[in-house]
Design a protein around this ligand. Structure first.
Ligand code: FES
Length: 152
């Protein structure tokens, strides 16, 4: 009974302070970034709190980038790259997927929900899919709430 009350109080506090999920999306320049561009051209809606960081290939993503994003206030981080088998650097997206899975395990070990980090694959022509990912991931993070330890 007390826990429910505390939970409701915490939720109300977050709502009154206007918390919105801050998301960092590491997007490879060939597919995911082009898909984001297309989503913009198609005037598809996705949250303005999704901040896109352009990287040459998801193979350049490493756990330090994600940890730094969390340190700077992100509530969720995702990596978006080319479809498997279509990476312009052959296997960058496969290596990124392994790093994301490794990071999920490490985050769980320090009390973060592993769902705060995800990997997505899409092609350059999937603007609607990009918007769908951005919206879906943001909603998932909204349900989880602010990242552990974040000062609101
Ligand atoms: Fe897109 Fe490697 S170039 S994931």
């Amino acid at each position: 009974m007390t826990a429910v009350t505390a939970e409701k109080t915490e939720t109300a506090t977050i709502e009154t302070k206007g918390w919105e999920p801050k998301i960092i999306a590491f997007c490879c320049q060939y597919c995911a970034y082009s898909a984001a561009d297309m989503a913009g051209s198609m005037r598809l809606q996705y949250p303005t709190d999704v901040e896109i960081v352009l990287i040459p290939c998801t193979g350049r993503f490493d756990v330090i980038l994600a940890l730094r994003a969390f340190e700077k206030g992100a509530d969720g981080v995702y990596v978006a790259g080319c479809l498997e088998g279509n990476c312009h650097f052959l296997d960058g997206n496969i290596r990124a997927k392994k790093r994301v899975n490794f990071l999920k395990g490490e985050l769980a070990g320090v009390g973060f929900e592993p769902e705060r980090v995800e990997m997505f694959n899409l092609s350059a022509s999937q603007g609607p899919r990009f918007a769908e990912i951005a919206n879906g991931f943001t909603e998932k993070i909204r349900e989880l709430g602010p990242r552990p330890g974040k000062k609101i």
